[in-house]
Design a protein around this ligand. Structure first.
Ligand SMILES: Cc1ncc(COP(=O)(O)O)c(C=O)c1O
Length: 392
């Protein structure tokens, strides 16, 4: 039976049953695959016959995960990678060459910025950064040799939403590959393809796993791009373990219900923080006070599971607040069932100078909450109590 609804695709896209009639897909924890004959091995190696050879190239568990993600992201093809960073690097290293230029959003994850600033220049690839909402600057940044535009939306950790309709058109007009890191929204809330994205990148470590267990990544897009990424991963070894692929594919089965609860908890927390006297400002895509609320509403079906805010009193107060939390975990991950509080200036974005942090609105007192699936009353009570305790 053909099915297109997100939840059904997530649950019913499955490898063919083996002779054992298993209900859940088995884990194909094998490094290599055997051939029926010497001739068959040769044909598969030459690409003249379909078949698995070696798990650095392909594996049934990875194929199942790709099948789900490409359907969810409305694209032709995809590839899994060992982590989200492996996905980011795979896209940049396999689609660009010496002499090419990238336009990137200033507000991106610290390690993605590290690749753009420290690795690509050694390969003869330059980058120009643009503030997320400065449309004129995006237009002016495009050069004759601009090959790719890279951004995250919502961005880590400020949760600003880029206008993908505008940027998709800009890329089309100049024949630029439009690459979007969709890690924070997931395909359940947002499908960048609808706004002109050519490449969609995921850190599957976050909401796709959803329980903080495994690392993983994916690149989704049309065949012309994915075949180059596949070749890169297959030869350089950034491949995802089949066990992690199995975990991630099972996790996708519950993505929709998890995201619904992450989003409703986060919306309630954002509204609570917004009226709290100890909070200077709150960043959440679907808050009416968000200056880009219209764009966020158009692009995302719900506001996502992350909330940013600044506790008044700067970094010292922020540290006292974090130390007073008892339910929230203090860790740099996100997208877990467990609520997490992070201080981006000293962790995820600590590689940036304080000037660079301020330029992308990461103030010393800025905190990011990954709102989990605990009861919302307990999440709010923990934050409220910590705000009171840290004020003294
Ligand atoms: C937006 C974004 N992209 C990519 C990554 C990297 O993912 P991974 O940790 O799976 O390598 C992260 C990690 O936090 C992220 O937040």
């Amino acid at each position: 039976m053909e099915f297109t609804n997100f939840e059904t695709v997530a649950i019913r896209t499955q490898l063919a049953q083996t002779a054992h009639h298993e209900h859940a897909a088995p884990v194909f924890l094998t490094s290599s695959f055997t051939f029926d004959s010497a001739e068959e091995g040769g044909l598969i190696f030459q690409g003249k016959k379909e078949g698995n050879l070696y798990s650095r190239f392909t594996n049934p568990n990875n194929a199942e995960l790709v099948e789900k993600l490409k359907t969810m992201e409305l694209v032709e093809d995809g590839i899994t990678t060992a982590s989200g960073m492996a996905a980011v690097y795979t896209v940049l290293a396999s689609l660009l060459k010496s002499g090419d230029h990238i336009v990137a959003c200033k507000s991106i994850f610290g390690n993605s910025k590290y690749i753009l600033n420290n690795i690509l220049p050694n390969m003869g690839i330059d980058v120009t950064y643009v503030a997320i909402h400065d449309q004129e600057a995006w237009e002016q940044a495009v050069q004759k040799n601009t090959k790719l535009l890279f951004l995250e939306t919502p961005a880590n950790p400020t949760l600003e939403t880029a206008d993908m309709t505008f940027l998709g058109k800009l890329c089309k007009a100049h024949d630029i590959i439009f690459a979007v890191d969709n890690c924070f929204a997931t395909p359940y809330l947002q499908q960048p393809r609808k706004f002109g994205a050519d490449i969609i990148i995921h850190s599957a470590t976050k909401y796709i796993d959803g329980q903080g267990r495994v690392l993983g990544g994916a690149v989704l897009g049309d065949q012309q791009y994915i075949s180059k990424c596949f070749d890169f991963v297959r030869r350089t070894g950034a491949a995802l373990s089949p066990f992690n692929a199995w975990v991630l594919s099972k996790s996708l089965e519950t993505l929709a219900v998890r995201m619904d609860r992450h989003c409703s908890n986060a919306q309630k927390l954002a509204e609570f923080l917004e009226q709290h006297p100890n909070i200077d400002f709150v960043n959440y895509p679907h808050l009416k006070s968000n200056p880009k609320y219209d764009i966020a509403k158009k692009q995302m079906s719900q506001g996502g599971g992350l909330v940013g805010c600044q506790v008044n009193g700067g970094q010292a107060r922020g540290s006292r607040f974090l130390n007073a939390l008892t339910l929230h975990s203090l860790t740099a991950n996100l997208g877990d069932t467990r609520s997490i509080a992070t201080h981006p200036a000293s962790t995820t974005h600590s590689k940036l100078s304080s000037e660079e942090q301020l330029a992308i609105n990461i103030t010393p007192g800025y905190l990011r909450f990954s709102v989990g699936l605990e009861h919302i009353d307990d999440i709010i009570r923990d934050i409220d109590t910590a705000l009171q305790v840290s004020s003294t």
